[in-house]
Design a protein around this ligand. Structure first.
Ligand SMILES: [Zn+2]
Length: 257
């Protein structure tokens, strides 16, 4: 009986070793020959791994995927020669995304929604002025400094933590909405407008994503903002939209690859 057991154990160890070594030797060949076979072999059938099948082949460190937010500060402003004005506006963006935005804007106009940019690139310095201005306002209303800062953070990003510093993000609404809501242009109710629906639906065709979707606040740490769009490039945007991801979740997938 003991001998039997020994035989079985040796057998199992032997088979595992051969299997392990063969996988070490051959994966490169398998990958290049037939990606799907490898994916099927390694997939446990979970939805997540099936989603990875069409994951774009891009580095998570690509310039278009830079992550700036409440937990991820941008330490240094981008250089001014990286920026350009969006034609016919006083708004600046990273010059690599101007053309894509122009196409997005033209398509929106054709669909009946001429766009207006509320905010685009913001320097860290400018954000500091805005932020400190609001803190001072709350202090004048009787709050102490800590209270005033907490209150300000509810609606305004801390300097260095705004995605607007990247030159890849912009706040847009259609002119109709702006005219009917001049006091509350950036208001969640905009999301119910046909124009906002059109923007969310077509952004990825031009390389943009709705950066802070409804229901993902615990991941983005930012409230739903139907006006805030972020350039990530067309392939990335299409994947993110198809799988209903945030930039954070997409970067996780790329890092796990
Ligand atoms: Zn914004």
């Amino acid at each position: 009986m003991k001998r039997y057991l020994k035989f079985i154990v040796v057998g199992i160890v032997g088979i595992s070793l051969i299997y392990g070594v063969s996988r070490l030797i051959t994966p490169k060949v398998e990958e290049s020959n037939d990606q799907k076979t490898v994916a099927e072999k390694t997939a446990t059938g979970s939805e997540k791994e099936q989603k990875n099948d069409d994951l774009p082949d891009v580095s998570p460190k690509d310039w278009s995927l830079i992550l700036v937010g409440p937990d991820d500060p941008l330490e240094q402003d981008i250089s001014s020669d990286q920026l350009a004005y969006v034609p016919n506006t006083n708004m600046q963006l990273d010059k690599r995304v101007i053309e894509s935005y122009q196409q997005f804007s033209e398509a929106a106009q054709k669909a009946g929604y001429p766009l207006t940019i509320i905010s685009a690139y913001r320097s860290i310095n400018y954000q500091e002025q805005v932020f400190n201005g609001r803190v001072a306002q709350f202090e004048n209303q009787g709050m102490d400094e800590t209270q005033a800062e907490e209150k300000t953070k509810e609606t305004s990003t801390e300097p260095g933590h705004s995605e607007h510093h990247t030159g890849l993000a912009l706040d847009i609404v259609d002119e109709g909405w702006q005219q009917s809501n001049p006091q509350n242009v950036l208001e969640a109710g905009f999301g119910k407008e046909d124009s906002a629906k059109w923007l969310a639906e077509h952004a990825s065709d031009y390389g943009f994503i709705l950066r802070y979707p409804k229901g993902k606040e615990d991941i983005t740490k930012i409230n739903y903002e139907p006006w805030h769009f972020r350039y990530v490039g067309k392939d990335n945007a299409e994947y993110i939209e198809k799988h209903e991801l945030t930039l954070e979740e997409y970067l996780d997938q790329l890092n796990e690859k």
